[in-house]
Write a protein that binds this ligand. Structure first.
Ligand code: SPV
Ligand code: MG
Length: 309
């Protein structure tokens, strides 16, 4: 079964899929081992990996390269965060072809204006939304371009992020469903899940919802079951935050202790990294295919002759 089909089947079977953000193949491998249903090729995480804010600074090529590297190391379906779609509907057509070929099983396109500003900045945040008609064109273009009918086109409305209120969010979401979106991602920057729960209760559209509980982590799987039209939870920045937490603490301790003598027992042993790298497979290939090379005295003589010539 293709990853695209598996993602749809898993949603039908479990009703709620858990998707972890991945910013690298290693983080994707760890998410797969932990038991997630899929991966989120997050724009925020990749930007942070480059030490940059999430403001349309990372190019489509950079994002695609990472997505391909991730797809090469996991079997999980990948949901690509393509932000605003890199331009207008024509850019979206090009992007969908590229992302499908790169191994994505879904894309999320958001209704902000390019260049976008990351959603969770609360103070002084400039959140400009595209006209509904124009965004509908992008969704229609994505749906018309996908080759695999199981490839999901998820429309994300930032109406709540832009403080436009629930009525505007519902209106936009409905328009995007009419344009062909398979799911609606509703995003909120409120620390309290009430805004999302209220939207979910009010949503009577024909497609299910996706949420990203970054700002409101209290909305866990148990609580999500109640409104029952949420089918996907994306843990949008937890990978990079967890990695940065571990590195920050370890690096500080090494400086404070004047060496690694105390931290080495608190971090993964190198053998565990070998396991994640599948070192055993390389070792087996070495034993099978590499011819042992011994340097003979004659080789040394030839080398020395050439060297001194
Ligand atoms: C991302 O992970 O890139 C997202 C989610 O889009 S958020 O950063 O919360 O907007
Ligand atoms: Mg993003």
């Amino acid at each position: 079964m293709s990853p695209d089909k598996r993602l749809r089947a898993r949603m039908a079977e479990t009703k709620l899929v858990h998707i972890m953000a991945a910013h690298s193949p290693l983080s994707a491998i760890l998410a797969e081992e932990a038991g997630f249903d899929g991966l989120w090729a997050s724009g925020f995480e990749l930007s942070a990996l480059y030490g940059l804010p999430d403001m349309s600074l990372i190019s489509m090529t950079q994002h695609l390269d990472m997505l391909r590297a991730i797809a090469g190391r996991t079997t999980l379906p990948i949901i690509a965060d393509i932000d605003t779609g890199y331009g207008n509907a024509i850019n979206v057509i090009y992007a969908i072809g590229e992302y499908e070929r790169a191994g994505a099983s879904a894309v999320v396109i958001e209704d902000k204006i390019f260049p976008k500003v990351t959603s969770l900045v609360v103070a002084g945040s400039r959140q400009e939304l595209l006209r509904i008609e124009e965004f509908r064109g992008k969704i229609e273009a994505a749906v018309a371009t996908r080759r695999d009918p199981d490839f999901l086109v998820i429309a994300r409305t930032e109406a709540l992020i832009a403080d436009l209120g629930e009525a505007e969010a519902l209106h936009r979401a409905q328009a995007y469903v009419e344009a062909g979106a398979d799911m609606i991602l509703i995003h909120s920057k409120k620390k309290d899940p009430l805004e999302i729960e209220s939207f979910s209760r009010a949503w009577t559209g024909s497609v299910p919802l996706v949420i990203v509980p970054n700002a409101y982590p209290d909305l866990d799987a148990e609580r999500v079951k109640a409104p029952c039209n949420i089918r996907m939870m994306i843990y949008g920045n937890y990978g990079i935050r967890a990695a940065a937490t571990a590195m920050q603490e370890t690096f500080r301790r090494i400086i404070a202790n004047g060496g690694a003598q105390n931290v080495h027992k608190d971090i993964l042993p190198v053998e565990e990294i070998f396991r994640l790298q599948k070192m055993n497979e390389v070792k087996a290939a070495e034993a099978r295919f590499l011819v042992e090379r011994t340097l003979h005295r004659r080789d040394y003589q030839d080398f020395n002759t050439i060297d001194s010539a």
